[in-house]
Write a protein that binds this ligand. Sequence first.
Ligand SMILES: Cc1ncc(COP(=O)(O)O)c(C=O)c1O
Length: 395
Amino acid sequence: MKRDPEAFLHEELKNLYDANLNWVIRHLEGASQAHTKVDGKEVLMLNTNNYLGLATHPKVRKAALDAIEKYGVGAGAVPVIAGTFDLTKKFEEHLAKFKEVEAALIAQTGFAVNQGVIPQLVGKEDYIISDELNHGSIIDGVRLTRAKRGVYKHNNMEELEKQLKIADSDNARRILVITDGVFSMDGDMAPLDKIVEKCEEYGAMIYVDDCHGEGMLGKGRGIVSHFGLQGKVHIEGGSLSKGFGVFGGAVAGSKALIDFIRNKSRSYLLSTAHPPAIVAAADAAISVIETEPQHVEKLWENTEYFRGKVQDLGFNTGNSCTPIIPLIIGEPAKAQNLADLLYREENIFTTPIVFPMVARELSRIRVQMNALLTREDLDYALNSIEKVGKKLNII
Ligand SMILES: Cc1ncc(COP(=O)(O)O)c(C=O)c1O
């Protein structure tokens, strides 16, 4: 039989379409911010990770443009082969100071951080312990290791302790505990203070993926600062693409950790350095967070207002305690219809989150607050969500 090398693509796509599990990608005709244009219409955007609105901040834009004038557009090579820009060094020092650690480095993306760093920290003599709801990039990073693995129920400290005991009695050479800081589908937070306490008892390394916490928690510095745990968390993985409003990933920790990653992480060693405009923009974004606290304050003011009102309407927001606010509906079709009607009839852009990203019975739309939303925007959104929620018998 002669093989059709691409037949599986059509079969798998058909399965996705038949099960309504395919992604529809919309096209932004403006910035990813509160008010923008999507596929030809003006919308209120409630699903951007640009939490602080820094993607269009004048100082951030200017820094990017100035860097293009001086350095051009591309970085030309991986840093270890052809060097890195002076502005990258300046940015990394600035980031370390901002995160209150000894050293930091810029990486391709938050995703690449997890692929590049986790496999270098542990090997087959070691043990990784991971929260069951950790981001897919952590799960993939863990799969790249040969370490033994244990998973604990979401945020469950008794289960974490059980896993630590198993790893300890297994005489693991190293134990690595990994958790998201802010969980991106639920908007809740890891109890990092308790995790640190337990890990200290067993001499375990602590790795927090702070991609959503940065720009949001701890006056923008992230979850470690929020809990006052500076110096106690060994590896902070992060993203420059969310709260910072730019693009890229980052790692923060001890000088030894950062030197180790520069020498060992395959995604750092084998992938081209960041464009100078991006580095300059990220540097400016941090300066804005340091000097203009109003953006983080506004994000939280919007969050408290919206979460309270949407709960008053009868929506289940789960354990959300951050600007990520899921409206947990249950049935996948209802969640999809809610997002669809909000978009088509109310010009509100939200994201339905269904299986396999969350369990089928926990289907939801995920709403994300941002600092550029006005009280008028929030009232408009709440009114629309109430109207459509009633129409679909959700509330
Ligand atoms: C917890 C977590 N880690 C990593 C990532 C990936 O970050 P980036 O978009 O910078 O690749 C995300 C993005 O959604 C995330 O939510």
